[in-house]
Design a protein around this ligand. Structure first.
Ligand SMILES: C[S@@+](CC[C@H](N)C(=O)[O-])C[C@H]1O[C@@H](n2cnc3c(N)ncnc32)[C@H](O)[C@@H]1O
Length: 158
């Protein structure tokens, strides 16, 4: 049976391309990293994290090599513009540790990944658009009427 989140997702699928990475694919992707590499506890970003399948699999690997949730959670970052996905992702990563909620509230962000500023500091997600001033002193080009009359540059009269 589908949960309410999954029902919403089914309806959105065409619009948002919500194909979530499956366990087999995750095992293949994460299989490229050795335990020694995982132990470095490097930072990981999924900029279309959905409900967190990839981030959750990375967390599993980190916990599996003995890194604590307190140390692993602050290394995981996600962005997604669907609020239900973002909330599900936060809950999954927390694993019941509500005392760490402030970490996911800052690091798992609801925003358009194409416009987010990627500071993960809790500030409003988008920087103001740069103001483009209209060009002043645009040169006026006067075309000698004979150019048009003699059709020297076809298309100029269009
Ligand atoms: C294919 S799913 C991938 C989810 C996750 N990475 C996984 O592998 O399970 C795509 C996700 O990208 C999100 N998405 C698509 N375009 C986006 C954008 N411009 N900004 C933020 N999220 C976006 C959708 O809401 C959806 O949750």
């Amino acid at each position: 049976m589908l949960s309410m989140c999954e029902v919403d997702r089914e309806g959105r699928k065409k619009q948002t391309q919500e194909y979530f990475t499956q366990k087999r694919e995750l095992d293949e992707i994460l299989g490229h990293w050795t335990d020694e590499e995982i132990l470095k506890n490097e930072t990981f970003l999924d900029n279309s994290c959905g409900s967190g399948n990839i981030l959750n699999a990375v967390l599993e690997r980190k916990l599996g090599v003995g890194i604590s949730l307190d140390d692993a959670l602050p290394t995981l970052f996600g962005v997604d513009f669907e609020v239900t996905n973002v909330e599900e992702c936060k809950t999954r990563l927390l694993r019941g540790r509500e005392d760490l909620r402030h970490v996911v509230e800052q690091n798992i962000v609801c925003a358009n990944a194409l416009r987010y500023h990627y500071r993960f500091d809790g500030s409003p997600p988008y920087d103001p658009e740069p103001v483009v001033e209209p060009k002043k002193n645009k040169k006026q080009i006067t075309v000698d009427p004979r150019v048009k009359e003699n059709n020297l540059f076809p298309g100029l009269n269009d």
